[in-house]
Design a protein around this ligand. Structure first.
Ligand code: COA
Length: 232
């Protein structure tokens, strides 16, 4: 089994720093534009890119993992290509991902204004407050490299994503991981997925935020390990 992990808006493979070290068969992708190449303009296009990535490497027996935007990408993939997905690991995500206009405006301003960019970076640092300082430093450097314009484009993709009415079409078995302090994608979103998907387990991590896989790597890895074990 190959675990292929997809990061969230403006993120990178570093989001899965702890998972790629723990699971020998895991690979975390850098979506196009993060930072190399041009970003995609929709969740559907990211899903097609991911399919090309997987096909190009000849991965078979694939379990797809996604965080936030990445969750939207892998849900879309699983809906369109059900026979190609063995299972889903959904972290801090949902079937609809509306984005607060202030968050979009903050990113847009940061793309053109130096002071706004500084504030944007400080806000990113605050989002990683519960991540170990060495990893937080690497994440912030990468976030800065990828930049607010790419993040803004990704958030627009999220804002347009809505499969609330079609979630029943996803057949893959799923593990859903949610931090109970996640304000970007609240636990309610995970509960909705758990109720609507045909076979899903919801794991709620006390004290976890939107970055729970970076904050509580041991607990999250254990949950993923149990899920992969059950799939085998
Ligand atoms: N799963 C289950 N329920 C969902 C959902 C999901 N993925 N997305 C929305 N809903 C529910 C909401 O809980 C709400 O239910 P309620 O009426 O019982 O309270 C309803 O659908 C409508 O909510 P929403 O789509 O969020 O629209 P809104 O106009 O009320 O609010 C925002 C829009 C942007 C203000 C709000 O979504 C928000 O604050 N989002 C979180 C912050 C953010 O920017 N997140 C980024 C995620 S990438």
């Amino acid at each position: 089994m190959k675990l292929v992990l997809v990061h969230g808006s403006g993120g990178s493979s570093l989001s899965y720093h702890y998972q790629t070290r723990h699971f020998p068969d895991a690979v975390a992708v850098d979506l196009p534009g993060h930072p190399h190449g041009a970003p995609c303009a929709s969740v559907e296009l990211y899903a097609e890119w991911l399919r090309g990535y997987i096909g190009g490497r000849g991965y078979r027996d694939v379990v797809l993992g996604g965080h936030s935007l990445g969750g939207a990408v892998v849900l879309t993939y699983a809906m369109k290509y059900p026979d190609e997905v063995r299972g889903l690991v959904l972290v801090g995500t949902g079937a609809r991902l509306r984005v607060h206009p202030d968050v979009l405006a903050e990113c847009q301003a940061a793309a053109t204004d130096k002071a706004a960019r500084q504030r944007w970076l400080q806000a990113r640092a605050a989002n990683y407050a519960k991540v170990a300082p060495d990893v937080r430093g690497m994440l912030l450097q990468k976030t800065d490299e990828i930049g607010p314009a790419v993040m803004h484009g990704d958030l627009v993709c999220c804002d347009r994503f809505d499969i609330l009415e079609r979630i029943g079409q996803v057949r893959a078995r799923a593990l859903i991981c949610q931090g109970d302090e996640d304000v970007m994608t609240p636990v309610k979103y995970g509960r909705f997925l758990a109720e609507k998907l045909p076979s899903a387990t919801l794991e709620v991590f006390p004290g976890g935020t939107h970055q729970v896989m970076l904050e509580q790597p041991d607990a999250v890895n254990q949950a993923i390990g149990r899920f992969l074990g059950a799939l085998r």
